[in-house]
Each structure stands twice: as structure tokens, then as C-alpha cells.
Design a protein around this ligand. Sequence first.
Ligand code: ADP
Ligand code: MG
Length: 682
Amino acid sequence: MARLSDPVTILKGVGPTKAKQLAALNIFTLEDLICHFPRGYEDRTRFVSIADLEVDKPACFKAVVMNTPRTHHIRKGLDITKVQVADHTGRLNLTFFNQKFTTEQLQYGGEYVFYGTLTGDYAGYQMTSPAFERIDSAPVVTRRVLPIYPLTAGISNATMIKTIRQAMAVCDTPREIIPEEIRRQYGILPAERAYQAIHMPASMEEAELAKRRLIFEEFFVFSAGLSLMRASREQKAVAPYQKGDLSPFYTSLPFALTGAQQRAIGEILSDMQSGKPMNRLLQGDVGSGKTMVAAAAAYLAVQNGQQAALMAPTEILAEQHYTGLSRLLSPLGVRVKLLTGGMTAKEKKEVREEMASGGADLIIGTHALISESSAFARLGLVVADEQHRFGVAQRSALASKGTAPHLLVMSATPIPRTLALIMYGDLDVSILDELPPGRQKVDTFLVSEKMRARINAFIRKQAEEGHQSFVVCPAVEEAEELDIKAASVWAETLQQTVFPDLRVSLIHGQMKSGQKEAVMADFAAGKADILVATTVIEVGVDVPNATLMVIEDADRFGLSQLHQLRGRVGRGSAKSYCILTSQNKNPETLARLKALCNTNDGFRIAEEDLRLRGPGDFFGSRQSGLPVFRVANLACDLKTLKQAQAASARWIEEMGTEDTPEAETLRRRIGELFRRSQGTMN
Ligand code: ADP
Ligand code: MG
């Protein structure tokens, strides 16, 4: 018997070449193979006679070969093989393209099972390239439900089927981790049967059952992971904060905090005084003032003799937080430092030394800070801004560190409740549901290309009134087929031909970080009238003097992303506007964009967005920090998710902290899932 962890190369017919091809699908071990699930099935169980074959309805039929297959070489790269088959109800001509070798196996007088689709009309029927196998062979491509696998160059579906079969034949399926009681309660197949059935289902119904079981399992593992992570953090005792006097902080603020901000700070303070590490999500729409809440938390940590780290998703944002927070907190005696990749080696070294010696109190940087957390003298608080890129894998990495700092995760994207369960099941939640006073609604318009002259006039008007405009494009480089207005080309056009007398600048993700910061800082200082940008400005950037956000080809963005972008304006006292341009004529697309014109409610927009696009796209693919599920789909499988969550909670409670083999298997699986999810972070 082979082991699940054995490499695929122990299988017959899998040499270095095939191993490499499989690696492209992240398949390295037998377990990876067995966990390479079909993306769908083809029901090849329907059996008819030749006379009963119907056009366009694929089916299996039994037939005898009536002549020797003849291959004609038509031209280079095109061989046509013809053969006639028959059963007691009729005859049928079969045609194969470029399958000389396969069809040579068809022997005159032999009996086979075919699976294919009839074409033609009463003038003549035929079938092209049916799958077939000998009547006495085991059903592989006919007479069964055929799994359809995700494939890669060099590996056909047939090869995949064969290879997975081989793997299943030489080793056991992954261990059962769902207790029998739970399986019975929720009507869940046992592991071994589920793995057999997902690859070789006897019927479509069985395939469904198998899939349901595996989805349940993924959610079960994931929920258990969140619970265990939370439990392990909560087990760590930390010294309760003794000092909770925020009045110096309040006094130094240029404004009064909103009720929601005060409430959130109160919740944070009580976490910090509880003697357990805080695990809190701070959720609030763009502009709701999350930074001040983070500042209060940092102030509390420092007041209690600890260090705080504030992680931003981009260097631009880190820089901006640094500027704002050092102005606010330095007078209160907090030593604020910035650490980003764009700094010189010498500067970085200095800051690191101050982190390690305790000479710095609040260190602001990108997520790279987390990997340095061991280098802090007494890290007491970690704040992650714009959380959706600070996923579960990062939290688990943090939780596994020796000391357990308080954790505050801040989210600008209002997360639909269902998705929040998945991403933040391990966190308590504070919500900022109130905007600072004086905020105005950003008037939003959807326009077509015909309005171009008026858009330009409107941009000019902002500049004449001393205000600034953002112009956001979906991509950086001109993608020919997609007709996207690349930011760089567009910036050039605007500067050269439309606004030669205004100052147009450009920022995009492919620029060096120092360059980006310089452009951003100049724009914030009013040194440019128009900033053409890609979505690098999406998160957090604060330029109160900007009053217009033009989003080109808005249909290429998700609703939540558009809402985020719109949140970049309307931050000062002047009336602000958002213009969405689109050349898309699809009524659904236009309705989607209109929804944005009609509401400023981030939660409603988010629910709509999730419904329309599914969770992967919802947060922008790859940067989501969402767990990577193999079978489960967050948008569709919510009922199963809830069941699995309830089941895993109960199980963990019963299991306690015992070290049973089941618990160990579960922990290993959790680790794998979290690690896999980490891969999506960069
Ligand atoms: P976000 O929640 O999007 O991160 P910020 O923290 O960047 O929001 O705050 C947006 C703007 O509102 C900033 O300019 C900030 O100084 C300002 N602000 C925050 N809280 C208040 C308040 N209570 N009253 C007035 N302005 C505030
Ligand atoms: Mg922010």
C-alpha cells in the first residue's frame, strides 16, 4: 500500500514529464490527486438502440463493427476515419477526425459500447468521434457518469481519470474526520465512500451526495480552524491594561468623535482590560473614521507600556497614516515610526533597531511588519487596516506567535453577514455606523461617451474652483482587445490635448513605491489638478480637497470597489461628485451601475455585489485573503456552511483540548487549508 504523501511518480506511467504537468495543477502527491475533484460530470448512463438515438441527445448504444475502419489522409494534419456499425435496429456511419490510432482498435465484427451525439437529418444520420470501449471491458468512458476534471496542457481528461483511479487503487482515501454522529445527523456520506463516489459515481445523485459531503468537510475543517485559533489566542493570558485614561487623546483631537467611534473605543478598552488578547473587527464604511479608533487603541497600548504596530495594505497608505498619526500622537509622547520597503537600507535598519530596543512606540508599515513581529521589544497591539487583505492565514500566523498581542482588524468594505461568518468567525465585531458630521452625499452619475465634452468641462470647473479630480482607469497597459483606457495613455492624452494648461499627474501599481509616494504626496499638497490612477488609490487615500471622482469604464469594476473609489471624494466640506463612464450597453450592467447612483449605503451595495459576482471577485481576486476551498463555493453553499459551523462548534466543545487521533488529523487539515489560503495573499 502506498501512502497519501507519496509523490505521484510512484504511479505507473507517471514520469518526470507528467509529474511536471500535474504540478501545474498543484498536484504533487497521491493525496493531491485524490483531492483533485471533478468540476462537473457528464451523464453517460442513458442506453438506447441505434433506432432510438435522437439528434443532439448524447447516449450510449451497443453495436457491432460492420467493416474495417478506413482512414483517408486529407491533408497535413487532417485524417478522417470512417466505419459503419450496426445493432438489430439499424446501421450508423461513424466518422473520426485524427484518431487513426484509436480507431484501429475497432475490429471488424467486434462488439463495442459507444457514447456520442447523433447529427444529421432524414437525408442521412451520422455520428462524429464517439467514445467507445469493448463490451466486455469495465465501464470507463461509456455506461457511467463521467467526471470532468480541471485539466492542464498535456493531460487529457481520460489520462486524469486513469491516473486518479490508479492512485485510489494503491492507497487509502484521506482519513475520516467527521464523527459518525454528525454524519448521521446531517445525512453526510462517510469519507471513503465520498471519495470513491466523487470520482466514480454510480449516478448523478451519488455524485451530488459526495460533493455535499466534501463541501461540508471543507467548511467543517475551516470553522473548526477558526474556533481553535480563537481558543488558542484566548487561552493566552495577557496583563490587563491598568491605564485607560483617554482624555489627553481626546483633547488633542481637532474634532469630537462620533458616537460610533466612542462606542468602538469603549469596546476596545474593555477588551484590553479583560486580561485576554483582543480579537476584534472594526467595520465601518469609507470615511467613517476608523483611523481615529486605531489611534486611540494605539494610544492605550503605549500608555500601558507596550508597542503597537499598524499595518496598511499599501505603502502609500502607510505613509499617509504615518503623517497623520505622528502629528496627532507625537505631542502626547508617542514615538511614531514608519517602516516600508521603499526606505533605504540604513533607514530601515534604524527603525528596526528602535523596534527591538523599545525606542519606538507605534510602528506603521505594510503587512511586511507582521513577519518582523518577533523583532518588537514588547508588541502589545497589532492593527490591520483595510482587512480584506489580512486574511485568516495572516491571523493564524499571528496567533501562533509566542506572545499574543491584541488584534484589531479594520474593514472599509462592508462585508455581507454571510461572508463575514467565513472570514471573521473568530473575531468580535465593532461597527461604525455613523459618519462624522457635515459629510455630504457624493452625487453619482452614470454617463456614456457622448458626454465626454461635458465631463471634461466639469473636471475643468473643479480646477477653476481650486479643487482636484481623480480619474480612475481599469488597467495600466493598453490591452488591445479589451479597449480599456490605459491609465498611462489616458493621462498623456488629458495632459497633451485636453488640459494642456492644467497639471495632470499619473499613479499606477507598476510604479516604484517611492515614486508612487511622491506623486501621492504632491497631489495631497495640491501640486496637481488631476490625478489619473489605477485602483492603487482605492484604499484609504485621503485628499479632502478632491471633489470629483471620474471612473472610466466603470462596468469593469465591482460595485464594492466602485463604492470604495467613490469614498475617495466627499471627504472635505465642498460638494463632491462621482462620474461613472461606460460604453457597455448591457441592460443588466447598466442597472448594476445605476444602483450605485441611487445609494450610498455600503452594506446594500456589498450584498448586491456579492450576489452578482460571487465571493472571489467580491474582494478582488487573489488579494482577498479568503480561504481557498477545493469544492465549496461561498456564494452557493451557505446552508451547508451554517450546518458545518454548528457541527464543528459542537464537536470542538465535546472534544475539548484532548489529543485524540481525530483531533490531530483535524489540526493537520486545518493547517493545510490555512497554508493554501496564504498563497492567495500576494
Ligand atoms: P476611514 O474609516 O475610511 O479609514 P478615515 O479614518 O480616513 O476614514 O477618516 C476620514 C476623514 O474623516 C479623515 O480626514 C479624518 O480626519 C476625518 N474624521 C475622522 N473622525 C472624525 C470626526 N469624528 N469628526 C470629523 N472628522 C473626522
Ligand atoms: Mg482608512
